[in-house]
Design a protein around this ligand. Structure first.
Ligand code: HEC
Length: 435
């Protein structure tokens, strides 16, 4: 490999490592400092001569003669602010990272020179922001979004599409199209037509198309009824499909929600927001195939009060992701019977997204999910993590304090859930351009 090629490689690979050393790292570092300072170690007596409390020690941070000494007794919040304020805008560096993330290539020499030629930071900011707008408007942004959503959904068509199989590309194509065309993010969960577009990377165009249909026609609700997704997450009792929805759109693992009044139960604590008795188990259904009311080891109901209210809506989709007239998913007990509604819920119990959010079918489920404020926050946080190279919010535990993305979450709700504007805002933010 040529030296130049290697340089380029190194610069590209270094980018993801460098960027996390931003806002959140700063929070972490300061909090760690604050903790270690307050954890009083006995080995170093601060009152010894030359120790940190000795005013004659020039290294003493509270030495009144040191003009650089920080004011004594800063709160952790003040320390965080000080570190954040100490960052400097670097529009050249920001341009390089933005260019890689928004169009998968380094900035051109002409673009770099435009930033360099600008007289001061204010002028550089104007040039930089115009270039970000250009990148988001460029055809390459569409391919970037397709890739982002394939990573997020963990889907992707490998090799040619086999006869009768579902296309694993269409869900990511649809999500990308919603962003690129500035449609409301809620459509990802509620759209009732053309949810399986194709994407031509050569021309960066999406061509609207309906999803393939199997033996039985069914409802369409954004990617919730995408055959590629339903086949990718096919598993016993359809629980993996529900887990996909929870982790992808609510950005957290099960349990999905917690009661305000947890109760000791069996060998644990019941924390669910629906009554423990409201799902199928030995207490209310002596011949239950799976005892979701078991409390001997873990409290199954903590997660399954929610899981069991969604999964039965997805049982009739087969391993290829197509709707059929009967249940296709198995109960993992001897004989592997197909799961029926009674295996999840007593007959009188209805479906729901969350406590207080009843639904009746997949389209009403999609609407309830789309209306959940946590779901909007999750979409914004995923984009924040993408910009800041922070990995997957659920699997890498790359969670974000609410305060960090709150302004974007508010804008997102106010601007009709246009994720493209969120991306634009994040790439122009102080947190992105300061290092
Ligand atoms: C912390 C949350 C949580 C708890 C507690 C929990 N489950 Fe689950 N359960 C899940 C999730 C999520 C899945 C889907 C996993 C997947 O397929 O990726 C699942 C899947 C299952 C499955 C299908 C597994 C398979 O063979 O594919 C059964 C059966 C099940 N759970 C029963 C139980 C029982 C019984 C208990 C209590 C002993 C329990 N679960 C406790 C979250 C939970």
């Amino acid at each position: 490999m040529s030296k130049k090629g290697r340089e380029t490689m190194r610069r590209i690979t270094r980018t993801p490592l460098r960027t996390p050393a931003r806002t959140l790292a700063a929070f972490g570092a300061v909090l760690a400092l604050a903790v270690s300072a307050s954890a009083c170690g006995s080995s170093e007596d601060p009152n010894t001569v030359g120790g940190p409390n000795d005013p004659s020690n020039p290294n003493n941070p509270s030495n009144p003669n040191d003009p650089n000494a920080p004011p004594a007794q800063q709160t952790p919040e003040e320390q965080v602010k000080q570190i954040l304020d100490a960052r400097k805008a670097d529009y050249g560096e920001a341009l390089r990272t933005a260019s890689l993330k928004l169009r998968d290539e380094l900035p051109s020499l002409a673009e770099i020179k435009q930033i360099e030629a600008a007289a001061d930071d204010a002028a550089k900011k104007v040039v930089y922001e115009k270039l970000v707008d250009d990148m988001i408007a460029s055809p390459k942004f569409a391919a970037i979004m397709v890739k982002f959503w394939k990573d997020t959904f963990r889907t992707g068509q490998v090799g040619a599409l086999q006869m009768g199989a579902a296309n694993r590309d269409t869900a990511a194509n649809f999500a990308a199209q919603i962003v690129v065309d500035s449609r409301a993010y809620s459509e990802l969960l509620t759209a009732s037509t053309n949810t399986c577009p194709t994407f031509d990377p050569a021309t960066s165009t999406f061509t609207p198309a309906s999803c393939a249909v199997g033996a039985t026609a069914g409802p369409t609700a954004g990617v919730l009824t995408d055959p590629g997704i339903l086949s990718q997450y096919f598993a016993n009792m359809a629980f993996r499909r529900v887990r996909f929805i929870q982790e992808t759109f609510a950005c957290s693992k099960f349990p999905a929600e917690y009661s305000a009044t947890p109760k000791p139960l069996g060998n644990g604590t019941f924390t669910g927001a629906f009554p423990y008795e409201s799902i199928t188990g030995k207490v209310n259904t002596p011949n239950a195939k799976i005892d979701f009311q078991d409390t001997s080891a873990v409290i199954c109901a903590n997660c399954h009060v929610n899981l069991n209210r969604v999964a039965p809506m997805f049982t009739n989709y087969d391993a290829k992701g197509f709707l059929t007239a009967a249940s296709q998913v198995e109960v993992p007990v001897p004989g592997n019977p197909k799961a029926q509604r009674i295996d999840y819920l007593p007959a009188a119990e209805g479906y729901a997204w969350r406590a207080g959010k009843p639904v009746t079918d997949i389209p009403t489920l999609g609407a309830a999910i789309a209306a959940d404020p946590e779901v909007g926050r999750c979409a914004v946080n995923r984009m924040w993590n993408y910009a800041m190279s922070r990995g997957d919010i659920v699997n890498d535990l790359a969670t974000i304090p609410n305060a960090v993305t709150e302004p974007y979450v508010k804008d997102f709700a106010a601007n009709g859930q246009k994720l493209k504007e969120t991306i634009r805002g994040i790439f122009k933010s102080e947190d992105f351009v300061k290092f």
